[in-house]
Design a protein around this ligand. Structure first.
Ligand SMILES: [Zn+2]
Length: 161
């Protein structure tokens, strides 16, 4: 019984999008750390991405709203800071969708950020790595603006963290 409803909860969460990236769900971004019932209450553990991303309250409110629609009215959205969210948690579906938006997905670094901070961003349009960083603050703090020398298009990259 509880199994069934947890599956349903995950399905609902798959529909909750990051307000900044409206086609990618909070599950695909790796933001949902844990879901479980404590008695009648459903606890949803949500990891914040960047301190500068103001989307958290909106996401928490949307999660509660959506779950209410399937009849779960006691929901607590817990913000978990530890372990800190890393862009490695973005699922492969999530990465594909970011690419389709023209947003270069962050490289997977396995915790070894040093190695790859110097690594060139890959262009989401032509997959060339002949790119240069134009501005480390894109349209939000989470993004950096690059320019692709190969197809001469600017693009944004999700900053790996
Ligand atoms: Zn390109």
């Amino acid at each position: 019984m509880i199994e069934t409803s947890l599956n349903r909860v995950w399905e609902v969460l798959e529909e909750v999008k990051d307000p900044e990236i409206p086609t990618v769900s909070v599950v695909e971004l790796g933001l949902i750390r844990q879901v479980g019932f404590e008695g009648p209450r459903l606890i949803v553990a949500l990891a914040p991405t960047f301190v500068g991303c103001p989307a958290l309250d909106v996401m928490a409110a949307t999660i509660k709203e959506q779950l209410l629609e399937i009849g779960i009215d006691q929901v607590e959205v817990k913000i978990v800071y530890h372990p800190p969210w890393t862009s490695d948690w973005i699922t492969s579906e999530g990465r594909q969708k970011l690419k389709m938006l023209g947003l270069a997905p962050p490289a997977q670094h396995g915790g070894d950020l040093e190695r790859f901070i110097e690594a060139p961003a890959q262009c989401p349009y032509c997959e060339s790595t002949d790119t240069e960083l134009k501005n480390s603050f894109g349209s939000s703090l989470c993004r950096a603006i690059y320019f692709c020398n190969n197809c001469t298009q600017p693009f944004e990259q999700f900053k790996p963290i």
